[in-house]
Design a protein around this ligand. Structure first.
Ligand SMILES: Nc1ncnc2c1ncn2[C@@H]1O[C@H](COP(=O)(O)OP(=O)(O)OP(=O)(O)O)[C@@H](O)[C@H]1O
Ligand SMILES: [Mg+2]
Length: 383
């Protein structure tokens, strides 16, 4: 027997994409996606502009026909179902509220269209959920951007979808409001417990909200995992650069045991945990996040057992909670170092320094990749 949840919906099951593909002429926008999004999860599809996020959502909602592949909700194949027959609703970036209707009627719209006579209790529940019951009589233009966004959410949720698709829903908001709404959206998702598929090019936004993130690149899923998994153990240079910042150091594997991999790079010997190294022979790229790296003025000050490189400070930015350094290696490459502000002496540009980190903090990637992949995309996408 099927059970119902807080919105009165019958439970539907996971959203599953199988070989989902969309071509526009010769161009492949979505390239054979295989993806299972567990029921009730907050799932983020993260990627740069043009990587195929909106096209994927449009296929799930039925606004775009796939070139190949299938879409399942639970056991049900909905690939060919008409949009209005799918238990799926979308919230867009431009929330498109009806300007001539007040807030109450905007939220009531979906129910009225389906012929419901009594809508008051449901509308009130929804307005309560988004904490805007007191604004029911206002018109959309009399609300702030964040309030309009919450009404757009209420208007979608009242239809009791099994899956809510959110396409850059916070894109029009300023940074502060965005942060507030991220927390708010997460609260609402936890409360109603339905599946949210949230599309964004903002990695911080994806990390703040999602249980699982799929990093998308040129129509494909590059890596899928929890925010912490993706951040600590990126599988590719694209993910390492796109999700936060990484120092990526090209090297060659010297020795590899079950526990430790030794890499020669820049004339130094560096080590890392074998369990975090995706390539244990030949060329390798050693990665370490800027906040895992520290500076010492003399090599004698470096604690034993650390990986060490020497260089010259080329930039120092004091930003309060931390000081961010760029350190130029003799090879010309620059490493980023974020040092927490603990009152330590600040190194000025021109200072000779030793950069060091605990070997367990590094990760190893296949050496045959573009070391710059994904590095500039974040900024572009955000523009
Ligand atoms: N109807 C169409 N005809 C031809 N090409 C299209 C069409 N719709 C999308 N594309 C192309 O498919 C690719 C993916 O587009 P999509 O809108 O899915 O990207 P996106 O990841 O949502 O990007 P953004 O972050 O900018 O919204 C783009 O290169 C786009 O130009
Ligand atoms: Mg888009």
């Amino acid at each position: 027997m099927s059970s119902t949840d807080v919105l009165g919906r019958t439970e539907g099951g996971d959203l599953r994409l199988a070989g989902l593909t969309k071509r526009f002429g010769a161009f492949t926008a979505v390239d054979s996606l295989d993806l299972t999004i567990p029921q009730g999860s907050f799932f983020a599809l993260l990627g740069a502009s043009g990587c195929g996020k909106t096209t994927t959502l449009r296929m799930v909602s039925g606004l775009e026909d796939p070139t190949a592949g299938q879409i399942f909700l639970g056991d049900q194949d909905v690939t060919d179902a008409k949009p209005y027959r799918r238990p799926v609703n979308t919230v867009f970036q431009n929330y498109a509220l009806f300007p001539h209707l007040d807030i109450f009627e905007n939220v009531a719209f979906g129910l009225r269209r389906r012929g419901f006579k009594s809508v008051k209790p449901q509308v009130e529940t929804m307005l309560e959920l988004v904490e805007l019951g007191h604004l029911a009589k206002r018109k959309p233009t009399q609300l702030s951007g964040g309030q309009q966004q919450r009404i757009a959410l209420a208007r979608a949720l009242i239809n009791q979808p099994q899956v809510l698709l959110l396409d850059e829903p916070l894109g029009a908001l300023d940074l502060k409001l965005r942060r507030q709404m991220q927390i708010e959206l997460k609260r609402i998702q936890t409360e109603v417990g339905l599946t949210f598929v949230h599309v964004t090019h903002d990695q911080e936004e994806a990390m703040t909200m999602a249980d699982t993130i799929a990093v998308m690149n040129q129509g494909r899923i590059e890596q899928l995992g929890s925010p912490a998994e993706l951040y600590e153990n990126p599988a590719t240079t694209f993910v390492a650069n796109f999700l936060g910042q990484s120092n990526l150091i090209p090297g060659t594997v010297e020795t590899a045991t079950d526990d430790v991999v030794t890499v020669s790079a820049y004339g130094r010997r560096l080590t890392l945990d074998a369990g975090r190294c995706r390539s244990v022979s030949g060329k390798v790229i050693l990665g370490v996040r800027p906040e895992k790296v520290q500076l010492a003025a003399a090599e004698a000050d470096v604690p034993s057992g650390r990986n060490v490189l020497s260089g010259t400070v080329s930039d120092t930015s004091f930003i309060g909670v931390s000081t961010q350094y760029l350190v130029k290696l003799p090879s010309g490459e620059e490493l980023s170092v974020f040092e927490q502000n603990t009152g330590r002496e600040i190194q000025r540009p021109g200072a000779e320094v030793f950069v060091y980190w605990d070997p367990s903090q590094g990760f190893g990637l296949d050496g045959d990749q573009d070391i710059e992949a994904g590095a500039a995309l974040d900024e572009e996408g955000a523009a």
